[in-house]
Design a protein around this ligand. Structure first.
Ligand code: FES
Ligand SMILES: [Fe+2]
Length: 452
């Protein structure tokens, strides 16, 4: 493919560029643009400039534990087969047959040593190498097979068993790109020597909403809990009172990532997200630095977004408040854009590996009943997300609607920057604050306007 096409494909249209420049000019005043939430040109540019450049989450090692295991996953609008090949190496292989472009893999997951294209029967190893094709001698004698294997994502890296890929071969490493967020994730994933394992299949569903709305929600919109999710709180699924739960920190973790803790750093009893004592006993606290231990000890809830579209949440909830005590759960999800106004959610639940089957089941039940497809929390959010997205497509709204992103800015409200924050990033207390969202959009605009 000519370099000229590649260069041109990633250029903004003058109209999209003007929209982003307007947004940039207003962002530091806490003003955002509704128009970027439903716009075809902006969306096409995001596929190139955001999803084509950043680290994207694909799968967890425990989803493909054996040689030959594979799952189908996506980066933007491209489909990849994530395989553990016959040598145990993990690959992200573009599911496009190099012969004429058909998909070679038609199952969502499985175990196979080879993939055979259904069109003309080219046959590939599970590391993407071309092995052969029907009537090879008649059809292809002289073809250099080594040149016609399947294409790989140029970069694949892991963080605590979480597998990411990046389509930009010159991007910084995954860990560098995670910036301060690596420290907070490390705190969560290191609690047990064995790490975490996936519980079952990812739940998948679509929302007629723009991916950025979901990302900014998880990056630091705790404020909506007080209203949108109030009825869920009222039935007692969470035992931390709403106002108490706002006591905590918003942390801009660098590179557009945002994380938020409901926390009591002075708590006499160790909290550890309310994991029961028998689970806390399995934690190896030597894996944590002194600072990480202090934070984990006081943590009640942790929620965050890894820019661009990977969100997570650890908190204790009850699936049945009258009969079942709250159990900690961990959800990890991606908001895969499938258009300017729609996302497909991949929603995984995880638990520490070295816990009983009974505890894993209890955590899974707490997770499914709250943050599953039909969960008490999960069902609330798409309602405003979908109207926001629909409204953003309005011709008049797109030109004239500016939105408010000012909470906590220049002394507004009670939230203040914590000047002596001892951990990575920039922190504010309490969580009545939208600095994480502003930081996310600052990175977003920088990426979108890069090389323009
Ligand atoms: S398109 Fe795959 S073998 Fe022809
Ligand atoms: Fe929500």
């Amino acid at each position: 493919m000519s370099n000229k096409y590649i260069e041109e494909a990633s250029k903004l249209s003058p109209r999209a560029k003007a929209m982003l420049e307007d947004f940039k000019a207003d962002l530091e005043k806490g003003i955002s643009r509704i128009g970027i939430l439903n716009d075809e040109e902006i969306y096409q540019a995001e596929l190139e400039k955001i999803f084509g450049k950043r680290w994207n989450y694909l799968a967890h090692e425990t989803e493909i534990p054996n040689n030959g295991d594979y799952v189908l996953r996506y980066i933007g609008d491209d489909k990849f087969i994530v395989t553990r090949d016959s040598n145990g190496k993990i690959n992200a292989i573009l599911d496009v047959c190099p012969h004429r472009g058909a998909s070679v893999c038609r199952a969502e997951k499985g175990n196979s040593s080879h993939f055979r294209c259904p069109y003309h029967g080219w046959n590939f190893k599970n590391n993407g190498e071309l092995v052969g094709a029907p009537a090879f001698k008649d059809a292809y004698d002289g073809l250099d097979r080594s040149q016609w294997g399947m294409k790989h994502a140029p970069r694949v890296e892991k963080f605590h068993g979480f597998i990411f890929a990046c389509l930009d071969e010159y991007a910084p490493s995954l860990e560098e790109s995670l910036s301060g967020m690596a420290w907070y994730l490390d705190m969560i994933f290191s609690l047990q020597d064995e790490g975490m394992e996936v519980l079952g299949e990812p739940q998948r569903f679509t929302i007629k909403g723009n991916w950025k709305i979901a990302a900014e929600n998880f990056s630091g919109d705790d404020y909506h809990l007080m209203y949108l999710h109030k009825s869920t709180y009222d039935i007692g699924v969470m035992q931390i009172p709403l106002k108490e739960n706002m006591k905590g920190y918003h942390i801009q973790a660098g590179n557009g990532h945002g994380v938020s803790f409901s926390i009591d750093l002075e708590s006499e009893d160790p909290l550890f997200f309310f994991y029961p004592e028998e689970i806390v006993k399995t934690f190896n606290l030597d894996n944590l630095s002194e600072d990480q231990l202090r934070l984990a000890r006081g943590s009640r809830v942790c929620v965050g977004n890894i820019f661009p579209n990977i969100s997570f949440l650890m908190l204790p909830l009850s699936p049945d408040p009258k009969n079942v005590p709250p159990t900690p759960l961990f959800t990890w999800r991606i908001w895969r854009p499938i258009g300017k106004d729609e996302i497909e959610v991949f929603n995984w639940f995880f638990m520490y590996k070295n816990t009983s089957e009974e505890f894993k089941r209890a955590s899974y039940q707490a997770a499914v009943s709250s943050f599953g497809i039909a969960g008490t929390f999960e069902m609330d959010d798409p309602v405003p997300w979908e109207t926001m997205t629909r409204n953003a497509g309005g011709t008049f709204a797109k030109k004239h609607m500016k939105l408010n992103l000012q909470m906590g800015l220049n002394g507004m409200g009670t939230s203040k920057q914590v000047m002596d924050w001892p951990f990575p990033g920039i922190a504010h207390y309490p969580r009545f604050e939208e600095g994480n969202q502003r930081a996310m959009y600052r990175t977003y605009i920088e990426e979108m306007l890069k090389d323009e």
